[in-house]
Design a protein around this ligand. Structure first.
Ligand SMILES: [Mn+2]
Length: 320
């Protein structure tokens, strides 16, 4: 059983570097922070290094202030732990710090390519944080209030606040336990979702008003070009807001966001959400990405209008 092997691997080593995917969100950050707390309780040293900064909506999570940004030189470590990350390159640059150390891969993406020396991948788990909750139990480490807040936030954000199809009995059991241990439901919800500054809210409304409905409302999509996002520092998760609105449209089966990346010219990020039968992991995989059956993403090079047309053809085919 992989959980047993993960527990053994964590006991064996002493200095841990923890990381997650680029553009980290609640589940990735929650899992990193909770693993770091657990390791410290085991008397180990642990530090978190991410390629991207912590988005402002997650600053309420305890310990985020200690998360380091990637630099070519890092403190010494003898084990690399990657959470909520389907492949090693999704850590951005951070994987470059590996120099023969063992890699522990803890994740719930169905597209995970098992890049670790030890892999614990549970595609039927709601979130990586739900897995870490089990890890605490296995290691007999008491979950303190800080860890509870982190893990609850992860389960909440990956289940779309307990609305998506991955909201299982197991997710609720873990969440209930975490509330008992001090996680505040309102703190997490308000922190992430009810915290949009007025100017950002106005921007969100403008983008929402440009929503496209195809296939008699079964496909909802948004598109964001370069100049729309230039010089914008948003304090909320625009992708999540747009796509959860898209999913809320009556009869919608797939919601998509096409976004020109600011850093790279000619690079488009596509985010997919679905409900019902459409497997957006398979569609994202076709374009070199992946994720979950109902939530996935891909980064594609080319012109946004061409890419959008190609993707929508695939989506239409999947709806048949
Ligand atoms: Mn996740």
């Amino acid at each position: 059983m992989s959980l047993k092997r993960i527990a053994a691997a964590l006991r064996e080593r002493n200095n841990f570097l923890i990381s997650c995917h680029t553009s980290p969100e609640g589940d990735a950050l929650g899992a990193e922070l909770a693993v770091s707390i657990a390791l410290k309780k085991m008397g180990k040293r642990a530090f978190i290094v991410n390629d991207d900064p912590v988005p402002p909506e997650y600053v309420f999570m305890p310990g985020v202030e200690n998360i380091l940004r990637y630099k070519p030189k890092s403190p010494e470590f003898d084990c690399f732990v990657v959470v909520d990350c389907a492949d090693l390159k999704r850590t951005g640059e951070v994987y470059r710090l590996i120099d023969n150390q063992p890699v522990i891969n803890i994740d719930h993406h169905i597209s995970n390519d098992k890049f670790g020396s030890v892999n614990w991948v549970e595609p039927y788990s709601s979130s990586t944080c739900e897995m870490i909750w089990h890890l605490y139990k296995r290691l007999s480490i008491p979950i303190d209030r800080e860890a509870a807040i982190c893990l609850y936030t992860g389960i909440m954000s990956d289940t779309g606040s307990f609305r998506y199809a991955n909201t299982t009995v197991a997710a609720h059991v873990a969440a209930a336990d975490l509330i008992r241990r001090g996680a505040s439901v309102t703190q997490a919800y308000r922190g992430i979702y009810e915290n949009i500054p007025c100017r950002d809210a106005k921007f969100l409304v403008r983008v929402l008003s440009d929503m496209h409905c195809d296939e008699k409302g079964k496909v909802i999509w948004f598109q964001l070009k370069h100049n729309a996002l230039k010089n914008k520092k948003l304090s909320f998760d625009l992708t999540e807001e747009l796509l959860s609105f898209g999913r809320a449209v009556k009869g919608a089966e797939v919601a998509l966001l096409f976004k020109e990346n600011l850093g790279e010219k000619n690079e488009v990020r596509i985010n997919f959400r679905s409900q019902g039968k459409v497997d957006v992991n398979a569609i994202a995989a076709f374009f070199g990405g992946g994720g979950h059956k109902n939530a996935s993403g891909a980064t594609v090079r080319g012109r946004i209008d061409d890419i959008r047309k190609k993707v929508l053809v695939k989506v239409r085919r999947a709806l048949r």
